[in-house]
Design a protein around this ligand. Structure first.
Ligand SMILES: Cc1cc2nc3c(=O)[nH]c(=O)nc-3n(C[C@H](O)[C@H](O)[C@H](O)COP(=O)(O)OP(=O)(O)OC[C@H]3O[C@@H](n4cnc5c(N)ncnc54)[C@H](O)[C@@H]3O)c2cc1C
Length: 753
């Protein structure tokens, strides 16, 4: 008998039994959701020992020449054609010529390979397009991003048969087909796997021939592009009562391409999502018959729909909403800084008040952080990764940063942002926030269950392997596999524990850090927190086991730490990739200290709520001997970040590069830009008058304080400011009763399947 086999039989075997009882068995859908996508930098962070050199060596996201010229050409042309007020309040839709332009220029085909007639853009190019379009029109951005995100094209490329790709992809690429993705129904929202939409395998007539196919009944809602789609990517539960496909009766979630002109489909009615007029609505199918070869991937993919959806979601949600959120966040920073500079109260620009600077500082930092994280995520995707935990982090935290930013922007603009009308450039972003928070995995669920829940299993160096070993059918093999990973896990835990202890007691002064001068200390502190997080994550998993699934508050806080570690490392990478620009250092400082404060707060609250109090006290002693010491950025740092938004600078331009700020119809932002520039340019003239205590311009001319040219420039600046400060009003009779007469879900003629 070897020492190994003695260990296995005497020590590992009882632990194996305990672990089998403590860890929950995974259901098929849970297993598919958890193992979808892959891992990347998140697993380094989770291990408690991030390799900074490898991280910094990741090539930054970059555009090809063709991608750049698409952004400079069709994207800017599209932005010039859009007028959000008109779309949302007059037309209720994008203009026909915009739909045609989107199809002709292949905006819906960014992810489709060139061989099929698509643009075959990188993730970063896709993201840049959505970001620029979103800075002009959220409606257009949502319309563009849906076919390029989770939907038929993505599913066909990953799982379709060659025949399906050859038929559908060219038609999707040139706009003959407009796709949507139909998963959500009345019963099944977040718990999409509980849908009752069903398909039954049977024989039927399709295009004059008798074939084996599926008879479908469904009732979906909230489907973006649904009302105008020509093909649905439809998810349903498949049953085969007559065993025509040969195996069991319950075949599971399946995804098929369903042309919307088939008999039995009701489609076309619209929802009004927060009064944002992108196409969104319900659709139903009553005994719709499709041949089996419309199942994506054909018979081989029958019943594998959930895995397909989870895998496709992993990439899409790392791009679409984060790009839209990055646009909104950068735009809020830019316009709020400009407005705070041109709007005066008590005789000075409001941006000089500390109360306003307290809002401008986070606006600037949010824009920096979110764009850093967006670029890092795209860099990972463009390396061929499909990081599901990172894309969940991005979805939640990008939309939360967007919400934080628009709240600050609204508060600073005050009445100007409250009064609706064509000259209000913030109200639509404000209204649209809950849409971003809800779609592609509602935030509360994703934060509370997925980020740490999935992160722990996917990114932990040993946990998934242990769980898979526990589920192994052959008992001897199961024990052997478990023994190998369990002891590797123990070794990892012990080394991480001592690492975390040392780093915590030395306040992160000795962590590993690449030689990057001014921010070296930040790498070290991230190292410290990553080690502390790894210890706490291990302890929580050990103490709570399967019951952690129900302790969502603990899971959410641990997820917040992982998310902060990701966002902050993205900030350091951005600073590194951009050449360590001194002028941006304040933004880095703000982001790091705010993030450290969040991490320390979450560490403390997890420890305060662990049920095993003795263990919690020991961990507190090891990981946070003096409690919470980080209180966020200093007032000085906040002020310096605010100042970046209050005057023209390269730093300010970097924060908002690529946004559409050009004059166009109802381009109130372009007017604000002009007013801001004029106010900044004429600042010295105003100061001259102020120093001479001269308030009257005629007087100033008479006394020679201003020449004619300077007086004209001041008038021009005053007029531009007046135009921006104006708000809209309407004839009372125009604000009559709404023309919309809704029906509710319960009015629908839903047939029970
Ligand atoms: C404008 C819009 C566009 C959409 N587009 C599409 C589309 O194109 N295709 C499509 O298929 N679907 C689409 N959806 C559906 C969207 O994905 C769902 O709305 C979303 O999944 C949430 O479902 P629900 O709204 O029914 O909320 P519910 O599932 O009822 O959730 C309500 C709340 O409970 C929380 N929650 C649920 N379970 C848990 C849990 N276990 N722990 C903690 N919190 C929990 C959620 O986070 C949420 O805050 C769209 C929705 C909207 C509003």
């Amino acid at each position: 008998m070897t020492i190994k086999s003695i260990r296995r039989n005497l020590i590992t075997r009882p632990i194996f039994g305990l672990a089998q009882r403590a860890l929950p068995g995974l259901s098929k859908t849970e297993r598919e959701a958890l193992t979808a996508g892959d891992i990347w930098w998140d697993s380094d962070l989770f291990s408690g020992r991030p390799d900074w050199h490898k991280f910094l060596d990741t090539p930054p996201a970059a555009l090809s020449k063709a991608e750049q010229s698409f952004l400079d050409g069709p994207v800017r042309e599209l932005c010039g054609m859009l007028d959000e007020w008109e779309i949302n309040h007059t037309r209720g839709d994008l203009p026909e010529e915009v739909w045609e332009f989107l199809k002709r220029e292949k905006f819906f085909a960014m992810i489709i390979p060139k061989d099929y007639g698509g643009l075959e853009f990188s993730a970063f190019a896709n993201s840049e397009v959505v970001r620029t379009v979103a800075s002009r029109s959220l409606v257009a951005a949502v319309t563009v991003m849906v076919p390029n995100s989770l939907g038929p094209a993505e599913l066909l490329m990953q799982f379709g048969t060659q025949e399906q790709r050859d038929f559908w992809l060219p038609r999707l690429a040139d706009g003959r087909e407009l796709p949507c993705f139909a998963l959500t129904s009345t019963e099944a929202g977040s718990d999409a796997a509980s849908m009752v939409d069903r398909g039954v395998v049977c024989k039927g007539i399709f295009k004059g021939r008798e074939v084996i196919g599926i008879r479908l009944n469904w009732s979906k809602r909230y489907i973006t592009l649904g009302p105008v789609a020509t093909v649905l990517g439809l998810a349903f539960k498949l049953f085969d009562p007559d065993k025509l496909l040969g195996e069991g009766e319950v075949r599971g979630i399946t995804v098929a391409l369903v042309p919307t002109d088939l008999p039995g489909i009701e489609i076309g009615r619209r929802h009004l999502p927060a009064m944002q007029m992108f196409q969104n609505g319900p659709n139903q199918g009553h005994d719709v018959f499709i041949p089996l070869d419309l199942v994506i991937g054909g018979e081989a993919q029958v019943g594998k729909g959930w895995r397909m959806l989870m895998s496709a979601l992993a990439a899409g949600r790392g791009i679409s909403l984060p790009s839209l959120s990055a646009a909104a966040t950068a735009l809020c920073a830019r316009v709020t800084g400009s407005y705070a500079r041109i709007r005066k109260q008590f005789g000075i620009p409001i941006g000089h008040f500390e109360g306003i600077q307290e809002r401008l500082g986070p606006l600037a930092a949010n824009a920096y952080v979110l764009d850093a994280a967006r670029r890092l995520t795209c860099a990972g995707l463009d390396q061929g990764r499909n990081p599901s935990v990172i894309s969940a982090i991005m979805k939640v935290h990008a939309t939360y940063l967007m919400r934080d930013s628009i709240d600050h922007a609204m508060d600073v603009h005050a009445g100007k942002a409250v009064i609706d009308g064509p000259s209000n450039y913030l109200a639509d972003i404000y209204r649209a926030i809950p849409v971003g928070i809800t779609v592609e995995g509602a935030n509360i669920l994703t934060r509370s269950m997925i980020i740490f829940g999935q992160g722990a299993i996917r990114c932990h160096p040993w946990l998934l392997q242990e769980m898979l070993a526990l589920e192994e059918h052959d008992p001897q093999k199961a024990l052997e596999n478990f023994d190998a990973c369990f002891w590797a896990h123990v070794k990892h835990s012990i080394t991480t524990f001592f690492r975390a202890w040392f780093f915590s007691w030395t306040f992160g002064r000795f962590g590993s850090a690449p030689d990057t001068g001014r921010v070296k200390a930040y790498y070290r502190r991230l190292d410290r927190y990553a080690a502390a997080f790894a210890v706490l994550a291990d302890a929580t998993l050990l103490l709570l086991g399967g019951s952690l699934k129900r302790r969502e508050m603990l899971s959410a806080r641990l997820g917040d730490i992982l998310a902060e570690l990701f966002l902050l490392s993205a900030v350091l990478k951005r600073w590194h990739d951009e050449g360590q620009l001194e002028e941006d250092l304040m933004l880095v400082k703000f982001a790091m200290h705010r993030g450290f404060a969040v991490i320390e707060n979450r560490l403390r609250t997890v420890l305060a709520n662990l049920p095993q109090r003795l263990v919690a006290s020991v961990l507190q002693f090891i990981l946070m001997p003096l409690g919470v010491l980080e209180h966020g950025p200093s007032d000085q740092v906040v002020k310096r970040c605010a100042e970046i938004l209050l005057a023209p600078s390269a730093s300010r331009d970097r924060l908002t590069a690529g946004l559409f700020l050009t004059p166009a119809a109802n381009a109130n932002i372009a007017e604000l830009e002009q007013a801001f520039n004029l106010v900044c340019e004429t600042e010295s003239l105003r100061r001259r008058l102020h120093d001479a205590r001269c308030v009257d311009r005629h007087d100033a001319l008479a006394k020679g304080l201003l020449n004619e040219d300077e007086a004209a420039r001041l008038r021009e600046s005053d007029d531009a400011v007046a135009r921006v400060l104006a708000v809209d009003d309407f004839p009372a009779e125009e604000l009559g009763e709404s023309n919309f007469r809704p029906t509710t879900d319960t009015d629908d003629q839903r047939e029970s399947p």
